[in-house]
Unconditional design. Sequence first.
Length: 61
Amino acid sequence: MGNRLLRSVLVAAFSAVVALGALSGIHGAKSDVQANSTWPAVAVNSTTSGNGTAATDGAGS
């Protein structure tokens, strides 16, 4: 009888700790700052073509 009571108390305590940990984890996630996921504006250099190489006038080199 004593072992069964001790086991029940330990299981209840463990369950309470797990539940409190899960609730505090959920609460912490709500207060976290959202990451900035926008792309910054990039200035386009008129001397380069779209693939990053220098634009040529077609004369070739």
